[in-house]
Design a protein around this ligand. Structure first.
Ligand code: PMP
Length: 312
């Protein structure tokens, strides 16, 4: 999917032209993957553009930076405001927003501490990630393991983690699957290359805890909240691989993937191969909220103030 460019990108507090948002090849990040980033969606609600869980995403960006001793010189609120400004100025929504903070140009040794940090926020129109229709996607268990604890921190959304994700994704696609599910270093189910994973068994909703090398997904947290409110029992517990094969329902969550049902794992049909009732309920609550057909009862949205066309 080629990037659809917009007009402006926010860089270190100022809006610059999209084409001017370039960096030097000797920047630290190019060589060592020294970046933390976010992926956020701005939906088109009947009331106008609104960012989904803006504060939680910007908090995770700051947390990822803190883990890597990368002091991002903006507050959460400044980052939220900057994101709203880019969306407003570019006039592009619904869209995907990509804030990124990285070690820039200065020194080429591994030690990053004296290298300046640059912060950018870009946005661009973006549709479905794991095109699914209504049936769900076919996935495999990856031959690649997610990062072991105390290696690359899984709780940080760091660019370098996505080298592992790319290995998973390429293998899955080349073998004819839409996505791969990684196991963690101890062999328990972890997550997709860019999604958290849920399964349903005996009426309960299961998902691996953060201790199984998963990114603490914001969609994951949202689905857990929705499930609790629907009275669905939630189990955050280690999941052995074979539970994927005997689960009644399996689905991915993520900003890009939203709620994506899984139809088969390693060519074994999930349940009867159709989207199950609990996935359907959670999916319809989630999409009801993000499409604005249900009220924003959790206050998940930050409205982007834009001028509405006359008569709108
Ligand atoms: N795990 C990984 C590895 C991801 O890249 C993502 C996408 N950010 C997720 C899980 C889901 O996180 P979120 O719901 O916050 O997008």
């Amino acid at each position: 999917m080629p990037i659809q460019k917009t007009e402006k990108i926010w860089r270190n507090g100022k809006l610059i032209a999209w084409d001017d948002a370039t960096i030097h090849v000797m920047s630290h990040v190019v060589h060592y993957g020294s970046a933390v980033f976010e992926g956020i969606r701005c939906y088109k609600l009947p009331s106008g553009p609104a960012v989904f869980r803006a504060e939680e995403h910007m908090q995770r960006l700051l947390d990822s930076g803190k883990i890597y001793r990368m002091a991002i010189p903006y507050s959460r609120q400044q980052l939220v405001d900057a994101m709203a400004e880019v969306i407003r100025v570019n006039g592009a929504w619904p869209c995907y927003i990509r804030p990124i903070a990285f070690r820039g140009y200065g020194e080429i040794g591994v030690n990053p501490l004296a290298v300046p940090i640059d912060v950018y926020i870009a946005n661009f129109p973006w549709g479905k990630y794991l095109a699914t229709g209504d049936e769900g996607v076919d996935v495999c268990v990856s031959s690649w393991t997610r990062m072991a604890p105390n290696t690359m921190p899984a709780m940080a959304k760091a660019a370098a983690n996505y080298m592992n994700s790319q290995l998973m994704k390429m293998e899955a696609i080349q073998n004819g699957y839409t996505e791969g599910i990684a196991l963690d270093a101890t062999g328990y189910v972890s997550e997709g290359s860019g999604e958290n994973l849920f399964l349903v068994r005996q009426g309960k909703l299961w998902t691996p805890p953060t201790g199984n090398s998963v990114l603490p997904g914001i969609t994951r947290a949202s689905v857990l909240q929705i499930a609790k409110d629907l009275g669905i029992e939630v189990v955050e517990q280690m999941i052995p691989r074979e539970m994927l094969y005997i689960a009644d329902e399996v689905f991915f969550t993520g900003t890009a993937a939203e709620v994506t049902p899984i139809r088969s794992v390693d060519k074994i049909h999930v349940g009867d191969g159709k989207v199950g009732p609990i996935t359907r309920r959670i999916k319809s609550e989630f999409f009801g909220i993000v499409e604005g057909t249900l009220p924003d009862r959790y206050k998940w949205f930050t409205a982007v103030p834009v001028k509405q066309p006359v008569g709108a």
